[in-house]
Design a protein around this ligand. Sequence first.
Ligand SMILES: [Fe+2]
Length: 249
Amino acid sequence: MIFRQLFEPLSSTYTYLLGCAETGQAVLIDPVIVAIDRDLAEVERLGLSLAYSLETHIHADHITAGLELKKRAGSKIAAPACDRLPCTDLGIEEGKPFQVGGIVLHPLHTPGHTDGHFAYLSGDRVFTGDALLIEGCGRTDFQNGDADALYKSVREKLFSLADDVLVYPAHDYKNRHVSSVAQEKKRNPRLGEKRTLEEFRNIMAKLNLPYPKFIDYAVPGNKLCGICPSDLPENLEKYCRQMSESPQG
Ligand SMILES: [Fe+2]
Protein backbone atom coordinates (compact mmCIF):
# COMPACT_ATOMS: atom_id res chain seq x y z
CA MET A 1 0.00 0.00 0.00
CA ILE A 2 1.16 3.49 -0.82
CA PHE A 3 0.83 5.67 2.26
CA ARG A 4 1.31 9.38 2.96
CA GLN A 5 0.57 11.42 6.06
CA LEU A 6 -0.20 15.01 5.02
CA PHE A 7 -0.41 17.91 7.47
CA GLU A 8 -2.62 21.00 7.25
CA PRO A 9 -1.18 23.55 9.67
CA LEU A 10 -4.15 25.90 10.19
CA SER A 11 -6.29 23.26 11.90
CA SER A 12 -3.35 20.92 12.64
CA THR A 13 -5.17 18.21 10.72
CA TYR A 14 -3.61 15.04 9.38
CA THR A 15 -5.01 13.85 6.07
CA TYR A 16 -4.07 10.33 5.03
CA LEU A 17 -3.50 9.27 1.46
CA LEU A 18 -3.80 5.53 0.88
CA GLY A 19 -3.06 4.17 -2.56
CA CYS A 20 -3.36 0.71 -4.04
CA ALA A 21 -0.12 -0.05 -5.90
CA GLU A 22 -1.84 -2.59 -8.16
CA THR A 23 -4.95 -0.72 -9.30
CA GLY A 24 -3.69 2.83 -8.81
CA GLN A 25 -6.84 3.73 -6.88
CA ALA A 26 -6.55 5.99 -3.88
CA VAL A 27 -8.55 7.30 -0.93
CA LEU A 28 -8.00 10.45 1.12
CA ILE A 29 -9.08 10.25 4.75
CA ASP A 30 -10.20 13.61 6.18
CA PRO A 31 -9.02 15.92 3.38
CA VAL A 32 -9.07 19.66 4.17
CA ILE A 33 -10.38 22.18 1.66
CA VAL A 34 -7.47 24.60 2.04
CA ALA A 35 -5.02 21.82 1.16
CA ILE A 36 -6.85 20.46 -1.89
CA ASP A 37 -4.23 21.63 -4.41
CA ARG A 38 -1.42 20.04 -2.41
CA ASP A 39 -3.36 16.79 -1.95
CA LEU A 40 -4.33 16.48 -5.62
CA ALA A 41 -0.74 17.19 -6.67
CA GLU A 42 0.43 14.40 -4.37
CA VAL A 43 -2.14 11.97 -5.80
CA GLU A 44 -0.96 12.84 -9.30
CA ARG A 45 2.73 12.71 -8.44
CA LEU A 46 2.26 9.15 -7.18
CA GLY A 47 0.46 8.18 -10.38
CA LEU A 48 -2.77 7.45 -8.52
CA SER A 49 -6.37 8.25 -9.25
CA LEU A 50 -8.60 9.34 -6.40
CA ALA A 51 -11.57 7.01 -6.01
CA TYR A 52 -12.90 8.26 -2.67
CA SER A 53 -12.67 10.80 0.07
CA LEU A 54 -13.53 9.33 3.45
CA GLU A 55 -14.54 11.18 6.62
CA THR A 56 -14.05 10.09 10.21
CA HIS A 57 -16.75 12.53 11.35
CA ILE A 58 -18.38 15.91 10.79
CA HIS A 59 -15.52 18.25 11.58
CA ALA A 60 -15.88 21.49 13.51
CA ASP A 61 -12.42 22.95 12.94
CA HIS A 62 -12.01 22.81 9.16
CA ILE A 63 -14.05 22.30 6.01
CA THR A 64 -13.70 18.97 4.27
CA ALA A 65 -12.48 18.87 0.69
CA GLY A 66 -14.90 16.03 -0.14
CA LEU A 67 -17.21 17.92 -2.46
CA GLU A 68 -14.44 19.87 -4.22
CA LEU A 69 -12.48 16.66 -4.76
CA LYS A 70 -15.58 15.14 -6.31
CA LYS A 71 -15.82 18.10 -8.71
CA ARG A 72 -12.13 18.22 -9.56
CA ALA A 73 -11.04 14.59 -9.43
CA GLY A 74 -14.32 12.72 -9.84
CA SER A 75 -13.94 10.98 -6.49
CA LYS A 76 -16.91 9.72 -4.51
CA ILE A 77 -17.73 10.83 -1.00
CA ALA A 78 -17.79 8.24 1.79
CA ALA A 79 -18.92 9.24 5.27
CA PRO A 80 -20.61 7.63 8.27
CA ALA A 81 -24.12 6.50 7.28
CA CYS A 82 -25.57 7.43 10.66
CA ASP A 83 -24.99 11.14 9.96
CA ARG A 84 -27.40 10.79 7.02
CA LEU A 85 -25.80 13.47 4.85
CA PRO A 86 -27.66 13.63 1.52
CA CYS A 87 -24.41 14.55 -0.28
CA THR A 88 -22.73 11.25 0.65
CA ASP A 89 -22.19 8.68 -2.12
CA LEU A 90 -21.42 5.82 0.23
CA GLY A 91 -22.60 5.47 3.83
CA ILE A 92 -20.07 3.82 6.13
CA GLU A 93 -21.30 1.25 8.62
CA GLU A 94 -19.50 -0.95 11.11
CA GLY A 95 -19.18 -4.51 9.93
CA LYS A 96 -19.12 -3.49 6.28
CA PRO A 97 -15.52 -3.24 5.05
CA PHE A 98 -14.76 -0.29 2.82
CA GLN A 99 -12.60 -1.30 -0.13
CA VAL A 100 -10.64 0.73 -2.67
CA GLY A 101 -8.59 -1.49 -4.96
CA GLY A 102 -6.62 -3.76 -2.66
CA ILE A 103 -7.00 -1.44 0.33
CA VAL A 104 -9.50 -2.64 2.91
CA LEU A 105 -10.63 -0.41 5.76
CA HIS A 106 -12.69 -1.81 8.61
CA PRO A 107 -14.97 0.90 10.01
CA LEU A 108 -15.24 1.07 13.80
CA HIS A 109 -18.05 3.16 15.24
CA THR A 110 -16.35 5.17 17.95
CA PRO A 111 -18.85 7.75 19.30
CA GLY A 112 -18.07 10.23 22.04
CA HIS A 113 -16.33 13.13 20.28
CA THR A 114 -19.32 13.20 17.95
CA ASP A 115 -22.07 10.60 17.97
CA GLY A 116 -21.43 9.56 14.38
CA HIS A 117 -17.65 9.25 14.66
CA PHE A 118 -15.79 6.38 12.97
CA ALA A 119 -12.22 5.06 13.16
CA TYR A 120 -10.81 2.90 10.37
CA LEU A 121 -8.59 -0.13 10.78
CA SER A 122 -6.42 -1.19 7.87
CA GLY A 123 -3.84 -3.90 8.47
CA ASP A 124 -1.50 -2.69 11.19
CA ARG A 125 -2.74 0.90 11.12
CA VAL A 126 -5.79 2.49 12.70
CA PHE A 127 -6.98 5.94 11.71
CA THR A 128 -8.52 7.17 14.93
CA GLY A 129 -9.98 10.53 13.89
CA ASP A 130 -10.62 12.64 16.97
CA ALA A 131 -11.62 9.71 19.19
CA LEU A 132 -8.03 8.98 20.16
CA LEU A 133 -5.21 11.48 19.73
CA ILE A 134 -1.59 11.00 20.75
CA GLU A 135 -1.70 11.31 24.54
CA GLY A 136 -5.10 12.99 24.21
CA CYS A 137 -8.58 12.79 22.73
CA GLY A 138 -11.13 15.00 21.03
CA ARG A 139 -13.37 17.21 23.14
CA THR A 140 -16.78 15.90 24.13
CA ASP A 141 -18.74 19.09 24.71
CA PHE A 142 -20.23 19.68 21.23
CA GLN A 143 -21.91 17.73 18.41
CA ASN A 144 -23.63 15.26 20.75
CA GLY A 145 -20.30 14.57 22.41
CA ASP A 146 -20.41 12.24 25.40
CA ALA A 147 -17.48 11.45 27.70
CA ASP A 148 -18.93 8.11 28.79
CA ALA A 149 -19.36 7.05 25.16
CA LEU A 150 -15.81 8.14 24.27
CA TYR A 151 -14.35 6.21 27.21
CA LYS A 152 -16.16 3.11 26.00
CA SER A 153 -15.14 3.63 22.35
CA VAL A 154 -11.46 3.97 23.20
CA ARG A 155 -11.14 1.48 26.02
CA GLU A 156 -13.36 -1.25 24.62
CA LYS A 157 -12.92 -0.83 20.90
CA LEU A 158 -9.62 0.85 20.06
CA PHE A 159 -7.66 -0.58 22.99
CA SER A 160 -8.86 -4.07 22.11
CA LEU A 161 -6.86 -3.90 18.89
CA ALA A 162 -3.42 -5.54 18.86
CA ASP A 163 -0.80 -3.64 20.86
CA ASP A 164 1.43 -3.07 17.85
CA VAL A 165 -1.28 -1.48 15.70
CA LEU A 166 -0.11 2.01 14.77
CA VAL A 167 -2.36 4.87 15.82
CA TYR A 168 -2.72 7.65 13.24
CA PRO A 169 -4.79 10.53 14.66
CA ALA A 170 -6.72 13.25 12.81
CA HIS A 171 -4.77 15.96 14.62
CA ASP A 172 -1.62 16.67 16.49
CA TYR A 173 -0.70 20.02 17.93
CA LYS A 174 2.84 19.14 19.06
CA ASN A 175 4.50 17.84 15.89
CA ARG A 176 3.98 14.20 16.76
CA HIS A 177 3.03 11.88 13.92
CA VAL A 178 2.15 8.41 15.11
CA SER A 179 1.62 6.33 18.21
CA SER A 180 0.57 2.75 18.86
CA VAL A 181 -2.18 1.02 20.79
CA ALA A 182 0.35 -0.15 23.39
CA GLN A 183 1.79 3.33 23.78
CA GLU A 184 -1.62 4.97 24.25
CA LYS A 185 -2.67 2.31 26.75
CA LYS A 186 0.41 3.15 28.81
CA ARG A 187 0.84 6.87 28.26
CA ASN A 188 -2.49 8.48 27.41
CA PRO A 189 -3.09 10.73 30.43
CA ARG A 190 -6.87 10.79 29.91
CA LEU A 191 -7.67 7.31 28.73
CA GLY A 192 -4.67 5.16 29.64
CA GLU A 193 -5.12 1.87 31.44
CA LYS A 194 -5.08 3.35 34.93
CA ARG A 195 -7.86 5.89 34.30
CA THR A 196 -11.33 5.07 35.56
CA LEU A 197 -14.50 6.28 33.85
CA GLU A 198 -15.11 8.59 36.80
CA GLU A 199 -11.67 10.17 36.38
CA PHE A 200 -12.18 10.57 32.64
CA ARG A 201 -15.56 12.25 33.17
CA ASN A 202 -13.92 14.71 35.56
CA ILE A 203 -11.00 15.45 33.24
CA MET A 204 -13.34 16.18 30.32
CA ALA A 205 -15.73 18.26 32.44
CA LYS A 206 -12.88 20.45 33.69
CA LEU A 207 -11.04 21.10 30.41
CA ASN A 208 -12.51 24.58 30.21
CA LEU A 209 -11.81 24.88 26.48
CA PRO A 210 -12.83 28.02 24.58
CA TYR A 211 -15.82 27.96 22.22
CA PRO A 212 -14.53 26.55 18.89
CA LYS A 213 -14.08 29.62 16.71
CA PHE A 214 -14.95 28.01 13.36
CA ILE A 215 -17.64 25.54 14.46
CA ASP A 216 -20.65 27.66 13.45
CA TYR A 217 -19.40 27.73 9.86
CA ALA A 218 -17.59 24.39 9.65
CA VAL A 219 -20.42 22.13 10.80
CA PRO A 220 -23.07 23.45 8.36
CA GLY A 221 -20.45 23.48 5.56
CA ASN A 222 -19.43 19.90 6.33
CA LYS A 223 -23.03 18.72 6.49
CA LEU A 224 -23.05 19.71 2.82
CA CYS A 225 -19.84 17.65 2.34
CA GLY A 226 -17.62 20.73 2.15
CA ILE A 227 -19.11 24.08 1.20
CA CYS A 228 -17.33 27.24 2.25
CA PRO A 229 -19.91 29.68 3.59
CA SER A 230 -20.24 32.94 1.70
CA ASP A 231 -20.65 34.99 4.87
CA LEU A 232 -17.30 34.23 6.49
CA PRO A 233 -15.98 37.04 8.68
CA GLU A 234 -12.62 38.37 7.59
CA ASN A 235 -10.69 36.76 10.45
CA LEU A 236 -11.93 33.32 9.35
CA GLU A 237 -11.38 33.67 5.60
CA LYS A 238 -8.12 31.75 5.87
CA TYR A 239 -10.16 28.59 6.59
CA CYS A 240 -11.34 28.65 2.98
CA ARG A 241 -8.26 30.03 1.24
CA GLN A 242 -5.74 27.67 -0.34
CA MET A 243 -2.67 27.19 1.78
CA SER A 244 0.32 28.70 0.03
CA GLU A 245 3.08 26.32 1.00
CA SER A 246 3.09 22.57 0.93
CA PRO A 247 4.39 21.46 4.29
CA GLN A 248 4.07 17.73 4.76
CA GLY A 249 3.51 15.99 7.99
FE1 LIG B 1 -13.39 16.81 15.30
